[in-house]
Design a binder for this molecule. Structure first.
Ligand code: SF4
Ligand code: SF4
Length: 191
């Protein structure tokens, strides 16, 4: 019969030699390969005693940023939630009341803001979508847990601390032109 393809192979039915039958050469060959690995450079490290250096733009745990005056930047516009391919973000918006100007930068703020870290794929789309530079991914690793519930992070975890010493530095994630733009207080965006 004519072959349809040239992919067929003739399988050898050659008889095994004595050495092949006792498997000794194959075992010795395997041992030599194993021994070689004892003296070669290890690909693994002793985590957590040793830690690898992360890229400055590593995409890990999110932070909700405050402005220079300590006010929450997020205005609960929902663009991050719409951009999120994993539907990991949910929020409830609220109106800022008179006297709360020192807490929230905009007239609307997120009373509830949650990210499900088990759904998140750390793509950074929320960061790109945010018009208020309120959400950033950082080089912090999301802590492991025994249960699913603690992976839903609320504002208590996401919003950065008020203490200027404990703020989360995200300057490495921004280009120089963006950093320079933010220093210019003439623009309403930076006030
Ligand atoms: S990093 Fe990506 S998947 Fe995670 S919350 Fe942001 S947009 Fe959603
Ligand atoms: S984090 Fe940014 S994009 Fe998301 S709701 Fe707040 S202001 Fe809007």
């Amino acid at each position: 019969m004519e072959k349809l393809t040239n992919r067929s192979r003739v399988v050898s039915d050659k008889k095994m030699t004595f050495l092949e039958k006792i498997y000794l050469p194959a075992i010795v060959k395997g041992m030599i390969i194993t021994l070689k690995h004892f003296f070669s450079k290890k690909a693994t490290i002793n985590y957590p005693e040793q830690k690898r250096e992360f890229s400055k733009v590593y995409r890990g745990q999110h932070v909700l940023k405050r402005d220079d005056l300590g006010r929450e930047r997020c205005t609960a516009c929902g663009l991050c939630a719409v951009a999120c391919p994993a539907e990991a973000i949910t929020m409830i918006a609220a109106e800022r009341k008179p006297g709360e100007e020192n807490l929230y930068r905009e007239e609307k703020y997120a009373a509830v803001y949650e990210i499900n870290m088990l759904r998140c794929i750390y793509c950074g789309d929320c960061e790109d979508a945010c018009p208020k530079e309120a959400i950033f991914l950082t080089d912090r690793i999301v802590a492991s847990q025994y249960h699913r519930e603690p992976f839903v992070y609320g504002k208590d975890i996401l919003v950065e601390p008020l203490d200027p010493e404990k703020r989360i530095d995200v300057s490495a994630r921004q280009t120089e032109s963006v950093r320079n733009f933010k220093l210019n207080k003439r623009f309403a965006h930076n006030k």
